[in-house]
Design a protein around this ligand. Sequence first.
Ligand code: SAH
Length: 341
Amino acid sequence: MNNEQLKKIFAKNNQPAYRITQIRRAVFQAGISSFVEISTISKELREFLTKELDILSFSVKKILVAKDGFSIKALLELHDGFAIETVLLSSGIEKWSVCVSSQAGCVLNCQFCATGKNGFRRNLLAEEISDQVLFWRQYLKKEKGMDKISNIVYMGMGEPFLNWTEVKKSIEDLVDKNLFAFGSRSISISTAGITEGIILLAKEFPQVNLALSLHFATDEKRNKYMPVNNKYSLNDLKKALQDYFFKTNRQVFVEYIMLAGINDGETDAYELAKYLKSIGKRQLLHINLIRYNQTERGFEATSGNKVQIFKKYLENNGLSVSIRKSLGQEVFGACGQLAGK
Ligand code: SAH
């Protein structure tokens, strides 16, 4: 919901300011789906707001629920007709994570990712980003009578650091005590490696988590599969991470998709360990080995056994590693599968 618009409407209609707080609480914290549900304001005001203001800045076109109920994807249509996706995921303990898109489409064209294949449409506005969280809050309230959103991850469509102005505003709304009231530490931003963004995050939101989609540990391979590396090389990334550690002393999550025959061999493990160790703060790096989710772009996932060998090699080099469980594959809502269909 656009807060500025709400303020303007109020200013025009001589409504007392405390009403804004009541309305914001109802929308952002109680998760009401329509102004009609706000019983603490007059009927006239409810009707007036319904006429003047949309709670969500998009319409919901489709909701796909996986059989186990733990991953749910929504296809959203923006005012200008572009489609984005958002995903609600749970690891099964009644705690939910919301994965938000920051752009419609993506310019980066990573070769293994479904989003990049269809190109870039436009940047999302802050409210189009935070409304994805609002939408899931409403959904959980309606479907399950509760709201247990514990994490927000910027791992949907798009590159958050290429839309920093709006992403920044959306984070401000998410942590605002009068709005969503999330803790900074429950928010994570994932980047394909835009170094300016990493530096800005350290400065402006040192408590927000950083994930880096590394996936390849030599420039040769990274250039080939992640064109962004032609602009921001592994050496540039190293410097940005060193700056990040210096400013925040916080852990960084290094994402590494395992692609059969491409980046999962012994040499790759060697290069990865060498690169990560060269950054200098081994204890602040945590590597997530990710299963490749099927997309139209080909590639095969590395077998479980090989992933274990890769993990052991990194651990023997003093690195901390997890194998990340993939959620959302069935609804094509897993990482890299968001194509706006
Ligand atoms: N542009 C940002 C945000 C997108 S996050 C970034 O790149 O980090 C999406 C995550 O899913 C990234 O880590 C991305 O590399 C990963 N990903 C892309 N395609 C994938 C696939 N097919 N299987 C598994 N993970 C994938």
